[in-house]
Design a protein around this ligand. Structure first.
Ligand code: AMP
Length: 398
C-alpha cells in the first residue's frame, strides 16, 4: 500500500511516495518556482539518477499534474497508475486549537484550515493550495491533513498562555501553539523504541535543530512545552529567525531605523538569527567553517545557539522534574557532533555525558551516551513524511 505525502509551500511543493509495507520512499521530489519563471521539478528515485524536468507550472495544479506524470511515466515512474496510491497525506502548518490530531479532509476541515490562516498567513493558504490542487487532479483520492501544531495541543495552560490580557486569548486565540509536531512525535516514538521502554513512562527533551529549530519537552508521550510560540519565530536562534526577544525591541527598531512594522518583522524573520549575528550566512556549515578559520562573529553565532540550547534543556528538565533522554535531530542536530559535544558538555549537573567515539559515528539512530551517563543521549534521524504517511494510513483504515 502506497501513501503520497504532499508538503505545499507558496511557490514550492515537496512530495514523497511511501511504500507502507517497508515504510521506505519509492520516490520523492520538489517542484520549485511554481507560478514564476523557470519553474522546475526534481524527481528522485532511490538507486537512480535524479530527473530534472523544466516545465512551466503556472499554479499548484500544474505542479501536481507534473508530479503525477513523473510518478507514473514509463521512464521516470515507480507506479503504473494513480490507482496504486491509496491516499494522500498533506502537511498543514497551523491547526490552531481546532485540531489536536490528524483528520480526514472534508469541507469542514478545509474551512477550519482557512480560519487558522489568521495565525499562519504565509503557510496555511499555501497548504490549502496543495490540497485544492490534489482534489482537482485526483478527485477520488482520500486525503488527510496532518498539522505541525497538533502534537502540542496537550500543553497545559501554564505553558501555552502568554501573560497578556486574557481576553486576547479568548477573543483572538493568542497563545503558544508550537511547531515541528510531526518531527517531535516521530522522534519520541523512535526514542521509546530505542530505549526499549514504554513512552508512557519517559521524560524526553527533543532538540530539533535545523534551519528552523525547536526544543520540546515530552512527558509520558505528550508535549508539555515547546520553544516555538504562536508562530515559528519564538524560541531558539535559527537560520534567519531571531528567536526569543524583548518585545519592546520592535518599537525601538521602528523608531531608530524609521521602519514600518512589516519591515521589522521581515528583519526578525529573514535577516536575523545566524545570518544576523554572523553577518556571514544562515547556513550552519558555512558558519562553522568560517568560525574554525577564525571568524569571530561566526563563532559567537555558534556559541549563542549552544548556550540557548543548554538553557532550554535545563528549563525543560525542571518543567518535567527530570529527564530520561535528550535527543538531537534535524539537519544540525543529526549532523553536527560539535554541537552535541558542546551542549551536553555543559549539562554535567544533569549527569549527562557523551561517548565521543559514538558521537562521531554516522548511523541514523544511535545512543551516543557515555556508559556513566545518568541521562541517555540519542541521535535520531527525523522523518516527518513517514509520520504523516502513518497517520494517513491509520485514518483511512478506520
Ligand atoms: P534542516 O532545516 O533540518 O534541513 O537543516 C539545515 C541545516 O543543517 C543547515 O544549517 C545546514 O548547514 C545544517 N547541516 C546539514 N548538514 C550538516 C553537517 N554535516 N554538519 C553541520 N551542519 C549541517
Amino acid at each position: 500500500m502506497n501513501i503520497l505525502v504532499v508538503n505545499a509551500g507558496s511557490s514550492s511543493l515537496k512530495y514523497q511516495l511511501i511504500d507502507m509495507n517497508t515504510e521506505k520512499p519509492l520516490a520523492k521530489g520538489t517542484a520549485e518556482r511554481i507560478g514564476i519563471k523557470n519553474s522546475v521539478l526534481t524527481h528522485k528515485v532511490p538507486g537512480r539518477e535524479p530527473v530534472v524536468i523544466e516545465k512551466k507550472m503556472k499554479d499548484h495544479k500544474d505542479a501536481i499534474s507534473l508530479m503525477i506524470k513523473a510518478l507514473t511515466d514509463s521512464k521516470t515512474g515507480v507506479i503504473a497508475s494513480m490507482d496504486e496510491i491509496s491516499a494522500v497525506g498533506h502537511r498543514v502548518v497551523h491547526g490552531g486549537e481546532s485540531f489536536a490530531r490528524s483528520v480526514l479532509i472534508d469541507e469542514t476541515v478545509i474551512r477550519a484550515i482557512e480560519k487558522n490562516a489568521e495565525l499562519a498567513p504565509l503557510h496555511n493558504p499555501a497548504n490549502l493550495m496543495g490540497i485544492r490542487a490534489c482534489q482537482n487532479v485526483m478527485p477520488e483520492a482520500k486525503m488527510a491533513a496532518v498539522f505541525d501544531t497538533a502534537f502540542h495541543q496537550s500543553m497545559p495552560e501554564v505553558a501555552y498562555l502568554y501573560a497578556i490580557p486574557y481576553e486576547m486569548y479568548q477573543e483572538k486565540k493568542i497563545r503558544k501553539y508550537g511547531f515541528h509536531g510531526s518531527s517531535h512525535r516521530y522522534v519520541a516514538l523512535k526514542a521509546a523504541e530505542m530505549l526499549n521502554r514504554p513512552i508512557e513512562e519517559l521524560k524526553l527533551i527533543n532538540c530539533h535543530i535545523g534551519n528552523g529549530s525547536s526544543v520540546c519537552a515530552i512527558k509520558y508521550g505528550k508535549s508539555v512545552d515547546t520553544s516555538m510560540g504562536m508562530t515559528p519565530l519564538e524560541g531558539l536562534i535559527m537560520g534567519t529567525r531571531c528567536g526569543d526577544l524583548d518585545p519592546a525591541i520592535i518599537q525601538h527598531i521602528m523608531n531608530s531605523y524609521k521602519m514600518t512594522i512589516n519591515e521589522v518583522m521581515d528583519v526578525l524573520n529573514k535577516k536575523s538569527g545566524f545570518l544576523g549575528l554572523s553577518q556571514y550566512s544562515s547556513d550552519n556549515r558555512d558558519i562553522m567553517k568560517a568560525a574554525q578559520a577564525g571568524n569571530k562573529q561566526c563563532q559567537i553565532a555558534v556559541d549563542a545557539l549552544e548556550y540557548q540550547l543548554r538553557k532550554y534543556i535545563g528549563a525543560y528538565a525542571a518543567a518535567m522534574d527530570g529527564v530520561d533522554a535528550i535527543i538531537f535531530t534535524a539537519g544540525i542536530g543529526e549532523n553536527s557532533p560539535e554541537l552535541r559535544t558542546n551542549v551536553i558538555g555543559g549539562l554535567s549537573f544533569l549527569g549527562a555525558a557523551i561517548d565521543e567515539e559514538k558521537n562521531l559515528l554516522r548511523e541514523d539512530n544511535m545512543d551516543i551516551s557515555a556508559e556513566s551517563s545518568r541521562v541517555r543521549v540519542l541521535r535520531i534521524a527525523t522523518n516527518e513524511e513517514l509520520m504523516i504517511a502513518r497517520d494517513t494510513l491509520e485514518l483511512i483504515s478506520k
